[in-house]
Design a protein around this ligand. Sequence first.
Ligand code: SAM
Length: 482
Amino acid sequence: MYNPKSLKAEEFISNEEILDTLEFAEKNKHNRELIEQILEKAIPKKTGRGVECAGLSHREASVLLACDIPEMTEKMYSLASEIKEAFYGNRIVMFAPLYLSNYCVNQCVYCPYHYQNREIPRKKLTQEEIVAEVTALQDMGHKRLAIEAGEDPVNNPIEYILECINTIYSIKHKNGAIRRVNVNIAATTVENYRKLRDAGIGTYILFQETYHKESYEKLHPAGPKHNYDYHTEAMDRAMEGGIDDVGLGVLFGLDMYKYEFAGLLMHAEHLEAVHGVGPHTISVPRVKRASDIDPNVFDNSIDDDTFAKIIACIRIAVPYTGMIISTRENETCRNKVLGLGISQISGGSRTSVGGYAGYSADERPHDTEQFDVSDQRSLDEVVKWLMDMDYIPSFCTACYREGRTGDRFMSLCKVGQIQNCCHPNALMTLQEYLEDYASSETKAVGEVLIAREIHNVTNPKVKEKALENLEAIKKGSRDFRF
Ligand code: SAM
């Protein structure tokens, strides 16, 4: 029985409700009147408090996704851009993954870290190696990391993860600092989530991989991750453990995308219904080639156009949720989806354990890599590329450090207020990047961008203070925030 407020996986991600939704969407995919109504509901509206968006239910959003009328797809794309502009402006938050360990006891059939893979050397970073990796990441200019690890209670127990987080936050190299550590580790207990919260993590990220229970069990034939309910209910335990910001995701290509899309939105509705706050982010990874993994064996791969439409429809349905794209996608694809709703991208990423320290920008180790990286540009190249397209690469981590997480972040975001601080914060952190890490070419482009964008800060007091801070950053001061 479908119940978004239930704490049981099979009730809040009800298979029956998803199948009914898909049938409803298929029946109505050419129903122009209904599609127009749905689009109208999702348009950002000016209210006394600012700009607000109603979002869409999983049913409504599924109708949009099913609709194949080209003119309607164009309308969806322009609405997605409009929503993105209203809440995220032209800022794109930058991050990098840091792989701690590829030891894993699971048997996820799409992942090269699976227990039975004898081709891949197993590696776990020591604390000294973490210092080297993080120093290399700081030297690139990163301020925000997503740590990644396989599931292995002996090799990667929670104590190891906590020690790594502690080490990462403690490293201060030149003007560098990692100011936010997001965590992507296997589903765990409320007690362990509480420990992660106490360690000061940013977002807890866990991909569902697939919402289809039967497929899920086949794709995870053994190991703790085999338990669909335990995995699907993880975000509730994380929130019970005090983690405000959680990040959802589906690994597209494993099962049918329309099913996953409905499941993903039902999961978001469930978090909102039970905890009063939806997911902080949604990631949209697609299965990639890797050691002993051939992505072609999964017959649900999606083309770039479908991928773009999924992203636009997620943007329309959950307007306040950040959307993340990784270097699994190439430059062309990333370019297309940035305008449709993506708000965070990684740059200069390495997906191997120990892939940063000691390697130049065009050298990359493949032996312990999790998957092939499609966008192999350096962070500096990605930053310049974004600025050439008039985006502001942002290294900001202020919200979380100011306690603006969970519903506090959402309620500010919901009335468009978050932009009053995000815009100057993005410019100030970009200025730091230009001073400390950028190539001279990137710096020149960035200076022009900041000089232009500072005039888009509407509050005169904030603008004056931001200008003052930008000058102070040029003279050597760091870490200002609103
Ligand atoms: N071990 C943790 C877990 O089980 O959730 C998470 C860490 S894993 C390093 C991060 C994510 O990489 C997985 O959740 C999966 O979605 C993704 N992944 C695994 N194999 C992949 C592949 N071949 N191509 C693309 N992404 C993959």
